[in-house]
Ligand binder design. Structure first.
Ligand code: ATP
Length: 431
């Protein structure tokens, strides 16, 4: 291990033997004369190697059951691998061990002292850190109550606050953090990014926005094996594509059968990239309604994230029951709290209306993704009728049909969006 290496794992394998009945384990052990196995083998991790440099932040991503927790537990030293070695340089802390180290009968404060001592801190040292820990956890009077009375979010708050104050060289952050509310998660992410720059971090999360904003590097794990190790955005793209092909291959075949009878849909059934909209979820007069849509970013299928400046093309299939002379098409993008963040329609941006003829229509529009804060955003698509902006009839609203994960790597967005300071004047006044 060279001097820059913080953690090195070599050939990690974890094999579980699964027995149908507990008695099969005993039978197998005692039955020296039969080679017949009474168990099935399950590899949670298979020949997994990785090396992390000091101060590096790596995100480990993979679908449910791919082996992420097993890897973290082995790295944190709470699980022994069947094969392989781990070398760690420095103090390693994780919510996994802290969670296990908390005594439910002790109060929050008692647990802080107890766990602090397990990490080699004297009472005096913990006393000096107490204010910071309690400030960060922000769970009020609950710190004086036994931990068994805490909600899972309060527990995560206290454990995380303690963990970051134990002066780790290596920090392991797993999904346990996601039980905290959104504001606490943001506070943790900001703290890790800004205040823990020198700490080596291993993060496991299903939240691709956090991955993009925190990690320098990304490892994708599938069926216990490392299948990608490289740049963060490339890793997300690899993972999303892999998930997409695994999940949608079957669905696209099913939908092709369901669409057989419909003339308009038949013309697009070759393309699995169109998503059919649940017609029950539509609003408006519905003399014209959106049947399905497709999202492209910079001319390709959406890869799982979007950034400022990306060109988004939305293509919709519309079924109209009548001729609409003054048709309007638009969209609204909202955040996860339902706040409408940006949007436009064809009258206000292009000063144009379109005729939508009775029958099937294919409509497509393009907009540029603005520079807005990282997070999840949802697009609503709409069709209106009538050239006067305030008097037109809403024919169809298809609410929140698609989720975008907006990332802003290497760029700080201070508030909802950045608004440039155009001029600065500084006058140093001599005393
Ligand atoms: N104690 C165990 N006994 C048997 N199989 C196990 C055990 N622990 C984990 N596994 C299996 O090992 C595989 C990897 O599990 P692991 O919990 O590491 O996945 P994960 O990627 O963390 O999943 P998730 O995203 O759902 O948390 C899974 O198939 C799981 O069922």
């Amino acid at each position: 291990m060279n001097t820059e290496t913080a953690i090195r794992a070599e050939g990690l394998t974890k094999l579980y033997k699964l027995y149908k009945k507990p008695s099969d384990r005993l039978k197998e052990t005692l039955n020296f004369f039969s080679s017949k196995a009474l168990h099935e083998e399950k590899y949670a991790l298979k020949n997994f190697s990785m090396e992390l440099n000091r101060g590096e932040t790596v995100a480990v991503i993979g679908k449910n059951g791919s082996g992420k927790s097993t890897l973290l537990k082995i790295l944190a030293g709470v699980l022994t691998p069947t094969l392989g070695d781990v070398e760690v340089r420095g103090r390693i802390t994780s919510l996994l061990e802290l969670g296990a180290g908390f005594n439910p009968e002790l109060t929050g404060i008692e647990n802080i002292y107890f766990n602090g001592s397990l990490f080699g801190f004297e009472d005096e040292a913990i006393r000096n850190k107490l204010e910071n820990i309690l400030d960060f956890a922000d769970i009020g009077e609950y710190v004086y109550l036994p931990v068994k009375t805490y909600s899972s979010g309060m527990f995560a708050r206290l454990a995380f606050a303690l963990m970051i104050n134990l002066e780790p060289d290596i920090l392991i952050v797993d999904e346990a953090l996601s039980v905290g509310d959104i504001f606490f998660q943001q506070k943790c992410n900001t703290y890790m990014k800004n205040e823990m720059k020198d700490v080596t971090k291993i993060i496991v999360t299903h939240d691709m926005t956090s991955v993009a904003n925190l990690a320098d590097r990304c490892i994708v794990i599938s069926e216990g094996k490392k299948v990608f190790d490289g740049g963060t955005l490339d890793g997300i793209e690899y993972f999303v594509k892999k998930m997409h092909s695994e999940n949608f291959f079957v669905k696209s075949q099913e939908s092709a059968y369901a669409l057989k009878a419909n003339e308009l849909e038949t013309s697009i059934k070759e393309s699995a990239s169109f998503t059919t909209i649940d017609q029950a979820a539509l609003g408006g007069a519905l003399e014209a309604s959106i049947k399905s849509f497709k999202v492209e970013v910079n001319g390709s299928a959406y890869q799982g994230y979007i950034m400022a400046g990306d060109k988004v093309r939305i293509t919709c299939t519309i079924q109209s029951l009548k001729n609409i002379r003054e048709g309007v098409i638009g969209y609204i993008v909202s955040d996860k709290f339902g706040n409408q963040i940006f949007g436009e329609n064809t009258i206000t941006s292009l000063e144009k209306v379109f005729s939508l003829d009775e029958g099937g229509i294919l409509a497509s529009f393009v907009f540029q993704w603005p520079e807005i804060k990282e997070g999840y955003y949802y697009i609503t698509l709409g069709i209106g009728e009538g050239s006067h902006e305030l008097q037109h009839v809403i024919q169809c609203w298809a609410h929140n049909v698609f989720e975008f994960s907006c990332v802003s790597p290497h760029k700080t967005i201070h508030c909802l969006f950045n608004n440039k300071i155009e001029k600065v004047e500084i006058t140093n006044l001599r005393r």
